[in-house]
Ligand binder design. Structure first.
Ligand SMILES: *[C@@H]1O[C@H](CO)[C@@H](O)[C@H](O)[C@H]1NC(C)=O
Length: 470
């Protein structure tokens, strides 16, 4: 009897060993295969990027603005809203565009379909104002990965619906917590008038997407190879740069060739920042079903991706910006897409920039970003900066956004008051009276203080102008 029981056992063990061994070999081979073959089939090397990623300078966008906008009936501005506050903001922005004489007939707000039902009164009020300004309200379903995620970014994937609005040839999208401005300085007084950004519809169609660079996140490249580059690259002074731009605009107006647009100088600059190179608070977009479907794969990873595409699996901390960057990164590497970098100083400015102690990352043109010193203010002038801005994005966390402020909030100090700035030569008795614990930072750059406060006040004026005037 012992014979019978031990023999099959040994066989089984031997078999198991074999079986495990085979699986192990298979897994290792598969891992190597998928890692080095499936995921590294880049057609575009670092050099190929030159032809697919282009910087669109302010001067060239100005030139686009002087050309007529064609085929406007197939063009649209778009924003999205997942709550009533943001729907209200989106309406304010579009009313501004109407008053600013936009030539684009389609102003489209994609809203979470449930907003129609939650509060009939809110909805009716907003609907009427939208109607008054001929704004199109389009219901979409919320795109969220994790329904328990309560962070403000959880529903940000909903933004991707703009890529799916294929009845338009081209869309200029911006976040609804932005504000359109057209500031002028007269005798030291800042004022603003209604405006539009129609020029963005003339960004060449060959650039399927155009977005600003997330200049505030990009790593200033460190290390040996960067130093070698930094020595070679000279950032042109304003005069030389101006001459270069005049020539560029002239050449583009003669040939219409978008390939004349500048490229990045140090291309690792792009691939060293895989998840945060592009900002997406403003975008020029060519809608397409396949782009939308691809993006949805990056959001809701197909099961097979855990075997074949682990590198692109969505991480817990990935939201709309990281996902879009991953997608664009891969499209660029495979040479399937051309992308333009919008001038962030005109369309991509964050209100928080005026509270920053160092500004050179903001000041330089995108292609020179890797070659600057981070802690420098060379070329910064708050008033000059403001006068170029056409779209400003409210971003001052942890300071509440202007529409989140309660009545009287501004009169008192709060823990976030330490993040405010106050002019050193300003009214110090006001400073001492108002702030006893949480004191704002005192700064020499009083223009920045003035601009930051002006932007907050301008928001209130803007809101009143839309709601209480005809
Ligand atoms: C300075 O602030 C104090 C206290 O808020 C106020 O009474 C005073 O009028 C201010 N002075 C000037 C010159 O604005």
């Amino acid at each position: 009897m012992p014979d019978l029981s031990t023999k099959p056992d040994k066989k089984w063990k031997r078999f198991l060993r074999n079986w495990e061994f085979k699986i192990a070999v298979f897994v290792i081979l598969y891992f190597l295969f998928s890692h080095y073959v499936l995921e590294n089939t880049h057609v575009v090397g670092e050099r190929g990027l030159r032809n697919h990623l282009k910087v669109i300078p302010e001067e060239v966008v100005d030139y686009y603005g002087k050309q007529p906008v064609e085929g406007a009936e197939k063009l649209a501005y778009a924003q999205y809203a997942t709550n009533y506050d943001y729907l209200n903001l989106a309406i304010i922005n579009f009313a501004h565009l109407r008053k600013g004489g936009t030539k684009i007939p389609n102003l489209v707000i994609l809203y979470d379909e449930v907003l129609q039902y939650h509060s009939a009164q809110m909805w009716n009020n907003l609907y009427q104002v939208a109607n008054h300004y001929k704004i199109t309200l389009r219901p979409v379903h919320l795109i969220k990965v994790n329904y328990d995620d309560d962070t403000p970014w959880a529903a940000s994937f909903t933004k991707f619906h703009i890529f799916n609005q294929v009845d338009f040839d081209r869309i200029v999208y911006f976040d609804s917590d932005s504000m359109l401005v057209h500031p002028t300085l007269d005798n030291g007084e800042i004022s603003s008038s209604y405006s539009n950004i129609d020029e963005l519809f003339n960004v060449p169609k060959e650039l399927e997407f155009a977005l600003p660079q997330a200049y505030w996140l990009n790593n200033v490249v460190e290390g040996k190879s960067a130093l070698k580059y930094r020595k070679k690259v000279e950032i042109p002074d304003a005069r030389r740069y101006g001459l270069r731009m005049r020539k560029l605009v002239h050449d583009i107006s003669e040939t219409g060739d978008w390939k004349l647009l500048p490229s990045l100088i140090f291309e690792a600059h792009k691939f060293d920042n895989p998840d945060n190179f592009f900002a997406n608070h403003i975008m020029v977009v060519t809608p397409s079903k396949s782009t939308f479907e691809d993006l949805m794969k990056y959001v809701h990873n197909p099961v097979r991706w855990s075997l074949t595409n682990r590198k692109n699996l969505r991480k817990k901390t990935d939201y709309d910006m990281e996902i879009l960057n991953k997608y664009l990164n891969n499209e660029l590497k495979s040479g399937r897409v051309n992308i333009g970098i919008l001038p962030h100083r005109v369309y991509g400015v964050l209100t928080g920039e005026f509270r920053e102690p160092w500004h050179e990352r903001f000041v330089v043109q995108p292609q020179y970003l890797p070659f600057i010193k981070k802690r420098s203010n060379r070329g910064w002038d708050a008033m000059k900066t403001l006068q170029k801005v056409k779209l400003i994005h409210f971003s001052d966390s942890p300071i509440p956004k202007p529409w989140e402020m309660e009545e009287g909030d501004e009169e008192y100090e709060h823990p976030y008051s330490t993040k405010l700035i106050f002019c050193k030569t300003g009214n110090m008795s006001e400073y001492r009276a108002k702030y006893s614990h949480f004191k704002p930072r005192l700064v020499d750059d009083c223009d920045s203080v003035e601009v930051w406060n002006w932007l907050r006040n301008q928001f209130k004026k803007e809101r009143e102008g839309i709601w209480f005037s005809e």
